[in-house]
Design a protein around this ligand. Structure first.
Ligand code: C2G
Length: 131
């Protein structure tokens, strides 16, 4: 069984997230999402609208997602890959090159981002009354 892992905040779920998860799952048989905790989001200087618990429930309802684990630190990826026997690490290409150190442990794949959508854009458009 080929296991895939990806990381993220996945707040205010949108088509960019779904496109990433669908393509990540298509690379293997089992997809783990390491979901940023509320505390780790603070480290990433992000504030999520939904709590970790709610973002986890939402992700677990997606057919491409087989398991959700917490992401607490930048440093946990090597352990996660080894502990979960991961074959492929996947991220959107806004992260291209940032996680190449994982190539010693698994395949590393950066997928093209979906243009024109982001959680930040959603928040900005709502704030500006654009919808
Ligand atoms: N993404 C995408 N297209 C978009 C928006 C996001 O492909 N229009 C991808 C990102 O590249 C990422 C995933 O969707 O792979 C989740 O995006 P975020 O929730 O914004 O994740 P991020 O804050 O980048 O967290 O340790 C890594 C970090 O936790 C990544």
């Amino acid at each position: 069984m080929k296991k895939v892992i990806t990381y993220g905040t996945y707040d205010l779920l949108h088509v960019g997230h779904i496109n990433l998860l669908r393509r990540a799952k298509a690379l293997g048989d089992y997809l783990i999402v390491a979901l940023s905790s509320d505390e780790f989001n603070a480290i990433k200087h992000k504030t999520a609208y939904h709590s970790y618990e709610d973002r986890k429930i939402i992700l677990e309802a997606i057919k491409y997602v087989d398991e959700v684990i917490p992401e607490y630190t930048w440093e946990q990826k090597i352990d996660d890959v080894i502990k979960n026997k991961v074959d492929i690490f996947v991220m959107g290409d806004d992260w291209a090159g940032q996680f190449d150190f994982l190539k010693e442990y698994c395949e590393v794949v950066y997928l093209p981002r979906t243009e024109g959508i982001s959680t930040t854009k959603i928040k900005q458009d709502l704030h500006l009354g654009k919808c």
